[in-house]
Design a protein around this ligand. Structure first.
Ligand SMILES: [Zn+2]
Length: 69
C-alpha cells in the first residue's frame, strides 16, 4: 500500500460507477494497493480512510489471535 499523487486522471476503484462515480484528478493524492492478482488499484482519500480503518480492525483482530497463542 502506498500513497501517490496522480499525474493523470485515474479511476477510483470505489467510485468507478454509479451516482457517486468520480475520477481521481491530476494532483490529487490517492491510495494505491498492489493486489498482485488484479494489478494496482487506486482509491481516492475518502475511500482510503475507510480502507485504512478496516485494515486497522483486521490487524487488531490478528494481533488478538496471535497473543491468544
Ligand atoms: Zn473514490
Amino acid at each position: 500500500m502506498s500513497v501517490e499523487t496522480a499525474a493523470r486522471e485515474r479511476v477510483c476503484h470505489r467510485h468507478k460507477t454509479g451516482k457517486d462515480a468520480r475520477p481521481i484528478v491530476p494532483g490529487e493524492r490517492c491510495l494505491v494497493i498492489d493486489t498482485q492478482v488484479m494489478g494496482k488499484q487506486s482509491y481516492c482519500l475518502e475511500a482510503a480512510a475507510d480502507i485504512i480503518e478496516q485494515a486497522r480492525l483486521d490487524i487488531d483482530e490478528i494481533e488478538r489471535q496471535v497473543s491468544a497463542g
